[in-house]
Design a protein around this ligand. Sequence first.
Ligand SMILES: Cc1cc2nc3c(=O)[nH]c(=O)nc-3n(C[C@H](O)[C@H](O)[C@H](O)COP(=O)(O)O)c2cc1C
Length: 629
Amino acid sequence: MSEVENQEVNDGKRNFNIESKVFSKAVDECFAGVIITDARLEDNPIVYCNKAFCEMTGYNPEEIIGRNCRFLQGPESSRDIIASIRNAIEKAEPIETKLVNYRKNGQPFWNKLLVSPVFDRDGKPAYFIGIQMDVTHEVETSRRFEKIKNEWIYTVDAIDDLILLTTTEGKILRVNKAVADLFGRNFKDIIGCSILELFDQASCEELELDKLFEVSKAEFTLGKNYYQISNHCISVCNPCGRQNQENICKNCGIKTESRRVHVIRNITEEKELNLRLEWLEKAFEQALDCVVITDINGFVEQVNKAFTERTGWQSHEIRGVNLFEVHFDPRYSKLIPEILSKVSKGEVWSGEYVSRGRNGNRHYEEASISSIKDKDGKIRKLLHIQRDVTERKRLEAIAADVNLAENIAYVFSGIRHEIGNPINTIKTILTVMRNNLHQWPKEKTAEYIETCLGEVERIEYLLKALKTFSIYEDLEVKSLKLYPFMEDFLKFIEKDFNRRGIQLSFQAEERCKKMEIKADPRGLYQVLLNIISNAIDALEGIEIPTVKIKLQRSGNKGVISIIDNGCGMSEAELKNVFKPFYTTKPYGTGLGLAISKKIVAKMNGEISILSEKANGTTVSLSFDLAQPY
Ligand SMILES: Cc1cc2nc3c(=O)[nH]c(=O)nc-3n(C[C@H](O)[C@H](O)[C@H](O)COP(=O)(O)O)c2cc1C
């Protein structure tokens, strides 16, 4: 401000005159607050204030004149700003600033303050002019705006999708944090770049890279990831930043500029999931086995092509229908409660049943039915997989028939042989006796009769053995404490073993001593006797004949092993060992092991033999455990 002429200071405090009336009126009526301070007086007091200043601060001129303007300050007034004003005044320099002041009623307001020195003829500051304006509204509006802007930036930065604002030519104006993170570059490096340059590694099957940012939607890959881009055109007013549909900004009245917003989403997971689903769908559809998904009660939700082809049910016809009711042959419906009880415990049911198609055609199915659980482990669906084994069953039945015919022929030839031989002998003896009836002395005849009776005995023995074959038809399978049973059995055979000089040992794992198996004690006794008697025969002529009996547990089976160090068997012998009438012993019937196998099978057990010529034999019997372990 230029030097003010015609100023008079009367008492140095209150009588400050401005000569020009026009000028005085203008300052008095000015809408901004105006004060003048006298720099030559102690503490630079106010010597003039206009109306606007009084209105703004709420004080009368009498309360203002003579005071330093700092009386307007309070707790929220910035100490730094006050220091900068003080500094400017000391240096007699103009200053423009903003700070919080307080009205007379204590209400704070933002004061935009301009202080300028007025110099005297010697160039020393004589007065200071202060112009003040209440800018509370502007400050608060701009603060609110700043807050909203920051909140918006943080929001956009928190989004995982990439967001880019570009010019229509593709020059990047703004990006969110996700863009900076993806490219490992900071905002400064990205802003101003071309979007094409930034995405130059991207590739899109259907489009040229430059078109990627122009079309409304497209997919592309970058590195190993899949992305989906959507591009939007907007019209922005440069000065106020507002978005406008029109070409002219409603706010500023000036022409708007076109911008593009590109939103890019990483869809890799979605894409991979879709691909996986596609393959699963294909596997489901193309599987040769029937695959059906039902709810937990068996109501059909989904079937594959194999199912519709085999049963004749179309997907839409069978959906919502109970699979157990329509698909199971009624003869097998008794299986349903067992299936449902098993799968409801999360176990897998597997077994065979006969199915019924739409037009009544029947198939043998080998099926497994299992539960499908949700993420919380709750059973939600059932998965039925069915394999058509009709053809296999037919072939098996043919094979079984052939086998049976073969076996019957074998058995008949055995009987023919075993009974035919003694009958032949008897016939020959009787013929010889008839021819010599009168010449032979009584003693010789008696000798021949004895031989005949011997042969009859042999036939009787054979018939007895055949009886044993059917004696064990009705076995009573029950829980059997194996260890004490074996101890009894050993006591029974011990004496015979001692007499024959065979060493007998019995070993049982500790955990087997309380083991209970499912068996019929009478049947098991017979089987053990057969095996032991075979072992005794095999030990004939062995230097230190030994038989070891062991009890073991294998999974949910109890196993009895009888191990001898006898003559063993060749592979060929081993192959025929369970055939009736097959025997390597001169006086055996060849029925012992055949009977044993039948008895063990009746008890749901298994018998297996390991043997090597001259190296002993191990016979193992395994039975289901009575209690689960
Ligand atoms: C002409 C003039 C007008 C001023 N107006 C104000 C004002 O409106 N509000 C304010 O807080 N300070 C104002 N000041 C500043 C104070 O009067 C004072 O100079 C400031 O508080 C720094 O000095 P201090 O540290 O001694 O208080 C003005 C100063 C001058 C010279």
